[in-house]
Ligand binder design. Structure first.
Ligand SMILES: C[S@@+](CC[C@H](N)C(=O)[O-])C[C@H]1O[C@@H](n2cnc3c(N)ncnc32)[C@H](O)[C@@H]1O
Length: 232
């Protein structure tokens, strides 16, 4: 079954929350930590000093942990999965990390509030991407930044991508389901990457939605991309 229905998605992440971090690190050979760290460092190197930061689809909080290093900041971490947020609270008990159960399609924040919004490995799961981008634009200040780190569908599939698909569809799917004790979560993961936009399509959508792409870096055969954009 493949759906982006929010009840299904939050239930699935609730279910896999106890093993989520471990399996992320295992399947990416610990590279996921580096991708988040490097993307946040890049903001810092560019002299961007956000005060109010939104970690959207924050899950267990690894991006938020990097954001807090940009001190002084106030972080709001939102997600639809309560169990993921509970793990976030334990991992990141900092007073500057405010946790909220909220949908990306309906953010409980005023207009022009945030200096920075970040989404790592979350945007691919959103039911209505256009609506979310409108909401993110609404809550960002002018010149506010949107940082997305995501697994995008490769533009062209080379032999290496075909081999990766094999690794992903067999090893990651079977082992992921088994270790997380889920019947379908890692099948969902495979389908969600293969049916999502390519990085180029995402950048075109950003442009259409009132953002200017400032920086983009691809990792992992061009599948994982960090895309930094500015609200114009
Ligand atoms: C793959 S996890 C990513 C978690 C974390 N950002 C990270 O880097 O590991 C995706 C998260 O997106 C959340 N999510 C999915 N759809 C959402 C939506 N429409 N609104 C808010 N959160 C959503 C899920 O509950 C899940 O915690």
């Amino acid at each position: 079954m493949y759906t982006k229905d929010k009840k299904f998605i939050s239930g699935m992440f609730d279910e896999i929350s106890p093993t989520y971090d471990k399996l992320n690190h295992l399947f990416s050979a610990n590279q996921d930590k580096r991708w988040r760290k490097t993307a946040v460092k890049k903001l810092q190197n560019k002299g961007i000093k956000p005060k109010f930061i939104l970690d959207l689809a924050a899950g267990s909080g690894d991006l938020g942990i990097e954001f807090l290093k940009l001190n002084p900041v106030q972080l709001f971490s939102t997600d639809i999965s309560l169990e993921m947020l509970k793990i976030n609270a334990v991992k990141n008990p900092d007073k500057r990390n405010i946790l909220l159960k909220a949908e990306a399609e309906r953010l409980p924040f005023p207009d022009n509030f945030f200096d920075l919004a970040g989404i790592s490995f979350g945007i691919r799961n959103f039911e209505r991407l256009d609506t979310c981008l409108k909401e993110i634009k609404r809550v960002l200040k002018k010149d506010g930044r949107l940082l997305v780190i995501e697994m995008f569908r490769p533009e062209r599939k080379t032999i290496i991508h075909t081999l990766f698909d094999f690794y992903f569809s067999r090893l990651v799917t079977e082992l992921g389901n088994k270790l997380s004790k889920s019947k379908y979560a890692y099948n969902y993961l495979f389908n969600s990457v293969n049916t999502f936009k390519s990085a180029a399509e995402y950048k075109a959508l950003l442009h259409k939605s009132g953002f200017e792409v400032e920086y983009s870096k691809n990792n992992f055969l061009g599948i994982v991309n960090s895309v930094q954009a500015k609200k114009i």
